[in-house]
Design a protein around this ligand. Structure first.
Ligand code: CA
Length: 84
């Protein structure tokens, strides 16, 4: 019985204390690439690497909404998209 009570208390604590705090701490700007910018770089995002042309954003809803961030090129590439 004590184990059940402890488990219920842990679940309650995890749900009510950890989940809201994590949501409030999301500091990613433009996480779903909905804010404009140039066709090459969405607002708030930066590109680094030897193949920056492989990083772009376009119409599409894979990340939700109407625009999506993409890493793609017809040949092999290395590119990073990041925020600071
Ligand atoms: Ca989106």
């Amino acid at each position: 019985m004590l184990a059940l009570v402890c488990t219920m208390l842990l679940l309650f604590t995890t749900f009510y204390l950890v989940t809201p705090a994590e949501a409030a701490d999301n500091q990613v700007h433009n996480p779903s690439f909905e804010d404009g910018g140039s066709s090459q770089t969405a607002t708030g995002w930066s590109t680094w690497g030897p193949n920056p042309e492989a990083d772009y954003y376009q119409a599409g809803g894979v990340t939700g909404g109407s625009n999506e961030g993409v890493h793609w090129n017809a040949s092999s590439y290395t590119v990073y998209t990041y925020q600071t």
